[in-house]
Design a protein around this ligand. Structure first.
Ligand SMILES: [Zn+2]
Length: 422
């Protein structure tokens, strides 16, 4: 029996467990040389040598430079061969599509971005995303695709990759998104909520595997991504963190989800635009109103910028949003006890005008124990953040969740990674 088939059929043996662990230690930078691997794992020198040789044979690792010497002969470093596969990330927003490719260590190699209304439905929207992916791939060396991440602005059933009644995505409910991408790229595909991808991106940025964090996005819409001990909490139906449609007391505003009085209908970017337009129509002054009179469209970004520049109308809109958002965050803090709240999205780009108000409400309304070590910060991310998060999500799926199923093949296949789908 060849070694490969021994490994395949003995999938839960110590041999396999230590082999995969060694690949991951090198991949994550926790150990870079054979002696370090020995120290971290407690395995003997002979076993380490054997497993590392296997990992090199299988193409996962390669010998690198000689490391620093601590007296004797310098040990040779090992490196993870992140160049042998690609990750494709398609991030759908309410009004845009962003597509990127990443290496297996999560670095974004290239990306493209277009304006697009997601309400045009899944068939046309996914076609357009696939075209963008083709354009990017054509600019680069042909490397096999190992995995695909897709982010959408709505709840997803993660196991099936199907959207679940997404409020702003008419026609997408239950659509089999995974199949389209798997057929095109012949690679396992995972579909997740867009704010979950932002939480993943924070995890990779902070390099903290046991992080308790809430990413609270206040963009056009509102949503939250929850990391519990470094794991995304998706909930029973993928709806965890869908806080934009929680009811705000004493609100009668019509929400785009069909209900009345949602948080988003008062504090989301589209609600601020609605309120700003009303105020301008009622004769409000200031730079925002003047720009609107000159034909500049009022957008959440424009309101945030005007607030930073001291426009009274914009400041009052941003601060009202921040108070409501702060109240919602306070409820989450008491229930979830995160160490970090990261606030992102266009409305929060007003910076301290927004954040100071959020902090004040959270500290006022939360229990002292829950806020003792709590940091409330603004996302440092740029527009590529959903792509970084998508790559991080695929890396977790490939190398932590499904690795034992496919490693014997040397690269992930849909059949091995997604047995239920085939
Ligand atoms: Zn709603």
């Amino acid at each position: 029996m060849s070694r490969e088939s021994t490994l395949r059929f003995g999938a839960q043996t110590d041999e396999v467990t230590s082999l995969l662990r060694i690949v991951n230690l090198v991949r994550t930078g926790e150990a870079a040389t054979r002696p370090e691997i020995g120290r971290v794992t407690g395995l003997g020198r002979g076993v380490v040598t054997q497993r590392v040789d296997q990992a090199i044979d299988m193409g996962f690792l390669a010998d690198g430079e000689y490391g620093p010497s601590s007296g004797g002969r310098a040990p040779r470093t090992l490196r993870f061969r992140s160049e042998q596969g690609r990750i494709i990330v398609c991030a759908f927003g309410a009004l845009h599509i962003r597509v990127g490719i990443a290496s297996l260590d999560g670095d974004i190699i290239d990306d493209r971005h277009i304006g697009w209304d997601i309400a045009r439905g899944p068939a046309e929207t996914i076609d357009r995303a696939l075209e963008l992916a083709d354009e990017i791939l054509a600019r680069h060396e042909d490397v096999p695709v190992w995995g695909v991440a897709v982010g959408i602005p709505g709840p997803v059933d993660f196991d099936s990759g199907r959207p679940v009644a997404p409020p702003i995505m008419p026609g997408w409910n239950g659509f089999d998104m995974r199949r389209r991408f798997e057929e095109r790229f012949d690679a396992p595909t995972w579909v997740d909520n867009d704010v979950n991808l932002l939480a993943f991106s924070e995890r990779s940025r902070r390099q903290d595997e046991r992080l308790d964090l809430i990413f609270f996005k206040v963009g056009t819409g509102i949503g939250a991504g929850l990391l519990s001990q470094g794991r995304i909490h998706r909930g029973a139906n993928g709806a965890a963190g869908d806080v934009g449609h929680v009811r705000v007391l004493e609100s009668n505003s019509q929400c785009r989800c069909g209900k009345v009085g949602c948080l988003e209908a008062e504090a989301g970017g589209w609600a601020l635009v609605r309120d700003a337009e009303r105020a301008v129509a009622d004769g409000a002054g200031g730079t925002l109103a003047r720009d609107a009179a000159d034909g500049e469209p009022i957008t959440p970004q424009a309101i945030a910028i005007a607030a930073m520049n001291g426009d009274a109308l914009a400041i009052s809109l941003i601060q009202r949003s921040a108070r409501l958002v702060g109240e919602s965050i306070a409820a989450l803090v008491n229930m979830f006890n995160p160490a970090v709240i990261v606030v992102g999205g266009a409305v929060s780009s007003a910076g301290e005008v927004f954040l100071a108000e959020v902090r004040q409400r959270v500290y006022e309304l939360s229990l002292p124990l829950a806020t003792r070590d709590l940091a409330i910060v603004r996302s440092l991310g740029d527009e590529r953040e959903p792509l970084r998060g998508g790559a991080e999500m695929v890396r977790e799926q490939l190398f932590e969740t499904t690795f034992p199923r496919w490693f014997a093949e040397g690269r992930p296949t849909i059949r091995d990674v997604m047995p239920a789908a085939s």
